[in-house]
Design a protein. Structure first.
Length: 320
């Protein structure tokens, strides 16, 4: 089900692969790219045994670290055996050199490198503690992911992509003090891969009691997408959103009807429902209710349930 590709941009900058073999004259300026540092354990003899620490050391020596604004941690080895603590610790150890760092993404692996549920993560909040000027943090992979309640005054965007996001992670995020947070994007996933969050766990977020500057909310890729939509219909947080993203999940007519019958959504700029199980009649209801008010509605990727199982045959876009 999962066919993610590497990031094309991050932190508002184009993603550029750092490779120690590349001629330095062909590289962009340090502050002009989101630098992806990775190793290839399946490559040729020279690359197969190259540790991420060595590649990162070459990166720091080859690209002016004081100018780096965005860093993407790509494959660091056998990601299903080695967790992200090693690259995270190395980045933190270089904090006194990465003085302009504003954005970090941990785990930019595509499916050929590791399925999303194979990516072994660790405590990513260590990055927030080490970089008080960080404004964007992205994570791919929920296995062994740790996110205890934390405080950070500058973080504006937090994205966690997972085939299954443990409820402990969700609670840690929602118990954090992130007063500058404007964008939150959580891929909740499925129970078969530890995605055990329920609507009650989202109550502090939906009540608007967290993150006073939040204007972009993604609660995505969930097998309880209809229940989330029903809760969103009366959630106080919705009144201050510009973008509401309920995509990639199992949303059907019942969830869409709950949205339309709840509080007004005409103030939104975007309602993203792509990868959905809506009937054509419900698609038309959603469009006619919102598009005349200037809301951009994404109803692409209409899906059909597996077999003859009806609602039980619905599936998320990302699982394994």
């Amino acid at each position: 089900m999962y066919g993610a590709q590497h990031l094309h941009e991050f932190g508002g900058l184009p993603a550029v692969d750092f490779q120690h073999t590349t001629d330095g004259g062909s590289r962009p300026a340090a502050d002009a790219a989101a630098w992806r540092v990775f190793v290839d354990p399946y490559g040729g003899d020279e690359d197969r045994d190259r540790p991420w620490a060595e590649e990162f050391a070459d990166f720091l020596d080859s690209v002016d670290p004081a100018g780096v604004r965005a860093l993407i941690i790509g494959q660091w080895g056998e990601a299903y055996e080695e967790n992200s603590a090693v690259p995270i610790d190395l980045v933190i150890a270089a904090a006194d050199r990465l003085t302009s760092l504003e954005a970090v993404f941990v785990g930019d692996l595509e499916a050929e490198e590791a399925e999303i549920t194979w990516i072994q993560q660790s405590d990513v909040t260590a990055l927030l503690a080490a970089f008080p000027a960080l404004t964007e943090l992205g994570v791919r992979g929920g296995s062994d992911l740790v996110f205890p309640p934390t405080k950070h005054g500058r973080l504006r965007s937090l994205t966690i992509q997972a085939g299954g996001l443990p409820v402990e992670v969700v609670r840690g995020v929602l118990d954090s003090e992130l007063p500058a947070l404007e964008r939150l994007d959580l891929w909740l996933g499925v129970s078969a891969y530890e995605g055990n969050t329920d609507v009650a766990d989202l109550a502090p977020l939906l009540a608007g009691a967290r993150f006073p500057r939040l204007n972009h909310l993604g609660l995505r890729n969930s097998e309880i997408q209809n229940e989330i939509a029903a809760a969103i219909a009366s959630a106080p947080v919705v009144a201050r959103l510009r973008v509401l993203d309920l995509s990639n999940g199992t949303l059907g007519d019942e969830g869409a009807a709950a949205l339309l019958e709840g509080q007004p959504l005409t103030h939104l700029e975007v309602l993203d429902l792509h990868h959905h199980f809506l009937s054509e009649a419900m698609e038309e209801r959603v469009r006619s209710a919102l598009e005349p008010h200037g809301v951009r509605v994404d109803l692409s990727e209409k899906c059909e349930p597996w077999g003859d199982r009806g609602a039980e045959g619905r599936y998320t876009a990302v699982s394994e």
